[in-house]
Design a protein around this ligand. Structure first.
Ligand code: 3PG
Length: 203
């Protein structure tokens, strides 16, 4: 799967923190109904694996990934449950290598050139930029991405991305998509506004 092409078509990925299966399925139903069939379901709660498994079955049109994948055990739990990709806040070479060995798309988190280069050396082209706003936001990301422009590296900023700054991030060519918890358990209007924003920045 070309994860960069897929993320460039989605552009906004809801980052979900879900307490149980019922809640997870409700949120996934809402996202599909409102036109945003994508989610990063974080392993910050015990419900993540089960929600990924059931939502993947009930909403086959949804592009579901796992977030906060901090170790090899959770990586396996994610892809065995049916996640199409996984991400993490940090760069853990053990997890990156395990994902590569299993031909599973994994975007480690980076916020320094050294982390970018270590991830790139292991074959990653799609990187999560975390924590985006706290690390320096758009000016920082532009500087970080500049030396790797010719290599086609693409970023997914998360951490402080919200409706008021998402458009500015999406305007940067090296950004494939943005992610955020502002779409976690929200109202339909907020989801629909994100769908409209993503459409404005369709690649
Ligand atoms: C993540 O896991 O990607 C971030 O915690 C999301 O950050 P946000 O809560 O600021 O959107």
């Amino acid at each position: 799967m070309d994860i960069i092409a897929k993320m460039e078509s989605i552009r906004i990925v809801p980052v979900l923190v879900l307490n149980d299966l019922k809640e997870g399925l409700q949120v996934c139903e809402q996202l599909c109904r409102c036109g945003l069939p994508a989610a990063e379901i974080t392993f910050r709660t015990a419900a993540a694996e089960e929600v990924i498994r059931e939502a993947s079955k009930q909403f086959p049109e949804m592009f579901i990934g796992a977030g906060t994948v901090l170790n090899v055990k959770d990586l396996h739990r994610a892809f065995e449950a049916g996640a199409k990709f996984a991400v993490a806040p940090g760069f853990n070479p053990t997890v990156v290598k395990e994902a590569m060995a299993n031909n599973f798309t994994f975007a480690p988190g980076v916020c320094t050139p050294s982390e970018c280069e270590q991830a790139m050396e292991l074959g990653c082209k799609f990187l999560k930029f975390f924590p985006a706003e706290a690390a320096g936001g758009i000016p920082f990301l532009k500087s970080l991405a500049a030396p790797y422009k010719h290599l086609g590296i693409r970023f997914m900023p998360t951490g402080g991305v919200k409706p008021s700054n998402a458009a500015d991030y999406l305007a940067i060519p090296e950004i494939a998509c943005v992610g955020g918890t502002w779409l976690n358990k929200t109202d339909d209007e907020t989801v629909k506004a994100a769908v409209e924003l993503a459409a404005q920045f369709k690649k």
